[in-house]
Design a protein around this ligand. Structure first.
Ligand SMILES: [Zn+2]
Length: 244
């Protein structure tokens, strides 16, 4: 499977970039993982929009859904041009009924419910979920295909359940929004050291850090992650492709 980094920022995008988002592809099936600010423009560096098969959303904060509206416009234009297979499926939880309802738009996109305890068959992927700890209900995701797996933590503070959920992942894409000094002060996110600890305790093979802050010395976050994980650890880099 192939994972492409679309954006790496938490909260809002840096100049000309996008919030944390990834494109995951297997056997020609392409799924966008989160669709926050800047994502719709950025993803077109790697695929034509009409070649997307699905989108999946971890939670309803703007840095994960801000570009859903323009994705819907693209799907509408695509439908009018008879280039898109519509309705285009957008998978998300329905714990916020109003936000979930808004995923379905004029027959061009359709919200599809995901449940924490129900693995989803999505094209060639089996997708499992784990509720995280965040100010709003949020789901981490594990995509498995052909014996390989990638885990996206989405947004979360430390939760032991994520260790078992990430067990043996070939790639762990972990949020690391916090410098160590903000642990316990800023809620709902992980520090670099905690991301490394999660990778270490889960026995993940590779760690990529995402959902980064716009301030401070980012190198400190990477260093902290490397201090607690002995495996391959880098920032997710915009445009980087991981083949697992
Ligand atoms: Zn976020």
């Amino acid at each position: 499977m192939k994972i492409t980094t679309i954006g790496i920022w938490g909260g809002y995008p840096n100049k000309n970039e996008a919030t944390s988002s990834f494109l995951i592809e297997e056997e020609g099936f392409r799924c966008l993982v989160d669709c926050g600010s800047g994502v719709l423009a950025a993803v077109q560096n790697y695929t034509e929009l009409k070649d997307l098969d699905a989108a999946i959303i971890s939670h309803y904060h703007p840095d994960h859904i801000a570009d859903i509206g323009v994705l819907q416009h693209a799907a509408m234009v695509g439908m009018q041009l008879k280039e898109w297979q519509t309705p285009f499926p957008i998978y998300a939880h329905n714990r916020d009924p109003e936000m979930f309802a808004a995923l379905s738009y004029k027959g061009v996109t359709e919200g599809k419910v995901i449940e924490a305890d129900q693995p989803l068959q999505l094209g060639p992927f089996e997708v499992a979920f784990c509720e995280t700890i965040h100010p709003v209900y949020c789901l981490a995701m594990k995509f498995t295909a052909n014996g390989k797996s990638v885990v996206f933590t989405a947004d979360t503070e430390w939760k032991d359940d994520l260790i078992e959920f990430s067990r043996g992942a070939d790639l762990l894409v972990c949020e690391s929004n916090l410098y160590e000094k903000y642990r316990g002060i800023i809620k709902g996110h992980l520090s670099g050291k905690q991301a490394g600890e999660l990778a270490e305790r889960a026995g993940a093979k590779q760690l990529r850090l995402t959902h980064l802050p716009q301030y401070g010395e980012l190198g400190e976050i990477l260093e902290a992650a490397r201090s607690s994980f002995s495996g391959d650890t880098e920032f997710a880099e915009i445009g980087a492709v991981y083949e697992i």
